[in-house]
Design a protein around this ligand. Structure first.
Ligand code: SF4
Length: 172
């Protein structure tokens, strides 16, 4: 698995101050995609054990962070590897809020509860879902690019068996 971006601190990819990791590779090929270079699974740099350890250390040593956001590309095309990374992160850092972005919808990801994609979903707290739709692009939206995309409370949605929209903790 390659990563094509990493911010140790960002306020643009989720609530609060968050570390953000961009996973290379996407097969949704949305028209008007913000970064077609990230479609290539070989784009960026290999996510070596050393790089992983550096990022885990960064997160562990930054008490100001509200959590981690995982984007792409689409991290769900590397679901098993991303899940393994989250497990190692939590072993070393403890409970940490994880936001994750996908071109897949919540309904598509939860179609098969035995799938690696479902396993990845259940490790995260907020899903920003759905393909980017150029005709629905709205720069005023917070944390997403087009109005079809939803910010989903994963825990609540899995309990209820239907999409529950995430409610901000902070007011803006
Ligand atoms: S899901 Fe995201 S990265 Fe993939 S093509 Fe669509 S906008 Fe681009």
């Amino acid at each position: 698995m390659n990563i094509c971006g990493y911010y140790p601190e960002s306020i643009n990819e989720g609530e609060g101050l968050r570390a953000s990791i961009f996973i290379s590779g996407c097969r949704h090929f949305c028209k008007g995609c913000f970064s077609p270079a990230t479609w290539n699974f070989n784009y960026g740099d290999p996510f070596t054990k050393e790089r992983e350890a550096e990022i885990i250390d960064d997160i562990k040593n930054n008490p100001l962070l509200s959590g981690l956001t995982i984007l792409g590309g689409d991290p769900f095309f590397s679901a098993a590897e991303v899940s393994a990374f989250i497990d190692r992160l939590r072993q070393q850092v403890g409970p940490i809020s994880i936001w994750i972005y996908s071109g897949y919808t919540f309904e598509e990801i939860t179609e098969n509860p035995e799938s690696p994609e479902y396993e990845l979903l259940r490790r995260c707290q907020v899903l920003v879902d759905g393909r980017f739709v150029e005709e629905l692009r709205d720069p005023s939206l917070r944390y997403c690019g087009s109005s079809n995309q939803r910010l989903i409370d994963i825990t609540q949605s899995l309990i209820l068996g239907k999409v529950s929209i995430w409610q901000p903790t902070f007011s803006f």
